[in-house]
Design a binder for this molecule. Structure first.
Ligand code: FBP
Length: 269
């Protein structure tokens, strides 16, 4: 088996990824006149020096070109819309590993709704993807999202820890996980993930002060970074936010230091 090139989406063992699959997952309610244009997001990823941009294959095909080659491309292989409002969620594979690689992908992603009655199908599909991607030396990111009728609280520590462990057991290289807002307890989730590296999902847009605080807090739990969407590209100042996040993630700055940088950036002429 080839060596898995996890370093392509890491910078000194840390990572900041930009997620932009919400158009499929949530629909245009997440988008405005700026963020509806994929080019706007690809530009943020390029100029913000992101370690990767996460999109569905359709956007990669139409918008990712040689101009953006410095932004590592990560194609999300499965996805679903929120229109059917499935009570037992399932997200099916929509793009093959081969197609993702042809489009320039250096890593691939896949959501598993752990706890869903359809979890076995997703574990099966995911495992096949790991096999194929690892043959090419491409890392796999598992969106480990507990969901479905048996999941009462999708950020319960035990459920997150179990989900992280599932990801490690089935071969994920990175796990994209929601944060439970409890740094001490989240360290157990990180432990359960073993050598699979955790990236924390951004979530709904919040005040920058709160988001920077969350980032500082979560970075102390042993995760490698964040995979953020709305808190950057829905923000009025996406580059100032990006710089502030980079300062915490790569330089270990406090949220206060990052906020100071954010303020300086937005007041620059
Ligand atoms: P955000 O930072 O915008 O929350 O994006 C992270 C993400 O995992 C996306 O990749 C995905 O589209 C979305 O969240 C899924 O959200 P939900 O919790 O509604 O399924």
């Amino acid at each position: 088996m080839s060596k898995i090139n996890v370093g392509r989406i890491l910078r000194n063992d840390k990572s900041l990824l930009l997620a932009y699959d919400q158009g499929l997952e949530h629909g245009p309610r997440d988008l405005d006149l700026k963020s509806v244009d994929p080019k706007y997001i690809f530009d943020i990823a390029l100029e913000g020096l992101y370690d990767g941009i996460i999109v569905q294959a359709g956007l990669a095909e139409k918008y990712y070109n040689s101009y953006f080659r410095d932004v590592p491309l990560i194609i999300k292989l499965n996805g679903k819309s929120s229109m059917p409002e499935l009570s037992s969620p399932i997200s099916r594979q929509l793009c093959s590993v081969d197609r993702a690689i042809k489009l320039g992908s250096v890593a691939v992603g896949y959501t598993i709704y752990t706890g869903s009655p359809h979890e076995p199908e997703m574990l099966h599909e995911f495992s096949k993807i790991v096999e194929q991607a690892h043959d090419y030396g491409i890392p796999v990111i598992g969106w480990m999202y507990p969901r479905g009728p048996h999941i009462k609280n999708d950020i319960d520590t035990d459920i997150l820890a179990y989900s992280a462990r599932i990801g490690l057991e089935i071969g994920a290289d990175f796990l994209k996980m929601k944060y439970n807002n409890d740094p001490q307890a989240f360290k157990w989730v990180v432990k359960c993930a073993g050598r699979a590296k955790i990236l924390v999902a951004g979530g709904d847009k919040m005040l920058e002060t709160d988001f920077l605080r969350k980032t500082e807090e979560v970075m102390k739990t042993g995760v490698v970074g964040m995979a953020v969407g709305r808190n950057v590209w829905q923000h009025e100042f996406p580059f100032a936010m990006t710089k502030a996040l980079r300062k915490i993630i790569y330089d270990g700055a406090t949220s206060e230091q990052a906020e100071k940088l954010y303020e300086e950036e937005i007041h620059k002429k």
